[in-house]
Structures are given as structure tokens and as C-alpha cells.
Design a protein around this ligand. Sequence first.
Ligand SMILES: C[S@@+](CC[C@H](N)C(=O)[O-])C[C@H]1O[C@@H](n2cnc3c(N)ncnc32)[C@H](O)[C@@H]1O
Length: 208
Amino acid sequence: MSVEAGYNQWAATYDEVANPTRDLEKVACEVMLQDRAHGAVLELGGGTGKNTSWVAERCERLVSADLSREMQAVARAKVTAANVEFLIGDVRQSWQFGTGFDLITCSLILEHVGDLGHVFNEAAEALKPGGLFYVCELHPFKQYAGSKARFDSEGGEKVLECYRHHVTDYTKAAVAAGFAIEDISEWFDGSDRAGLPRLISFLFRNKE
Ligand SMILES: C[S@@+](CC[C@H](N)C(=O)[O-])C[C@H]1O[C@@H](n2cnc3c(N)ncnc32)[C@H](O)[C@@H]1O
């Protein structure tokens, strides 16, 4: 199922159904981005606004971009902060999101993007020199075990178009675009560090 059509359908239930990946990413985002000053922020694939209000409270202005009008409609209905601007756009295309950002966030979307190099090159252009790029995705170990973005609909389970990215796919694409790797963290369900990590997060620093 195409990503856009899938999220347009999933939007009605995305916030309501149990989703440990969604919930753990919120924890990761808040741990990784707390205690930092953020001026202008670009949120890629902001979806239903799970992180939008929290980030907006910690920055001067936030642009939240998404491919899916229905996902973004949920965010527009619940995010009331005056410093948030919503845009429809596709990170696989040439970015029309603006430039001069201090921080770009990207939570749970690169699973749906084949060409990571394009995203990192556009991010480097959109960020100020020295700006931060936060990326948090389903851990490749989970992908190797068969996990994919999927949801239940009246017509049965829908599985979205997904790409498998290895850890070095992220790091090599980032370094090739001029980023330095500031942090890599792995996120587990509860305190069970004996199991597979569910998520991997990266903080990349744009070249000065
Ligand atoms: C799993 S949801 C995550 C939403 C939100 N970031 C969160 O953590 O809850 C993935 C989101 O990425 C968006 N998305 C997927 N591919 C995209 C693309 N190529 N360009 C922009 N947004 C995209 C989807 O429409 C969806 O809203």
C-alpha cells in the first residue's frame, strides 16, 4: 500500500490504538531534545502531532511538514501553539520547507524513504551551520525480525511500503552530507535490555 494512502487511512486511529513504537519514540524524543535551546525547528513527518506541541514549547518557531493531509489534519485540530506552521510536503522531493533551521526532527518516517542520501543532503541545506538533525527510527534489528509499519482497517491488516535501512546506511549518508555523529542511542521496551532494541536514535551535527 502506498505510504500516502496508508497514512491517510491510518490517521483516524493512529492516536487511539496501542502502538509501543509510537509511544517509545515520544520518550526518546523528549530525552534527547530536553535541556537544549531550539530556535527554528523543522519537524519532518510530524504526523498527528505527537511531538509537535512538546517541541513547540521549547523553540521560537516550528514548521511541521507531512505527506499525509489526513495525519496533519489531526495535528492541526489539536496543536494550538501560535508558533507552529503546518505544510504538506514530501521529503523524497526537493524540499520547500525553508532554510535557516537550528534543529530538524525526523521521527519514524525514514522507514518509508528509500534514498537516505537525498534526505541528509536536503537536511544539510535546510539547517544552519552547526545545526542538529535528530532521527529516530524502528531499529534495523526489528526490521530484520519482520517488523513493519502496519495497521488494522475494516478491510483487514494494511502493511505500508517500507525500506530496510542498516545502521551504517544512516551514518554513511549523514557523513557523506557533511554531518558529524554526536549520539547514537538504542531504545528498549521497558527496562528489558536483554531483548531486541525497538528504536534507534541519532543526533547529527551539521558542518560549520
Ligand atoms: C509513523 S508516522 C510518525 C508520525 C510522528 N512523527 C510520530 O512520531 O508519531 C510517519 C509519518 O511520516 C509521514 N511520511 C511518510 N513518508 C513521508 C514523506 N516522504 N514525506 C513526508 N512525510 C512522510 C507519514 O505521512 C506519517 O505522518
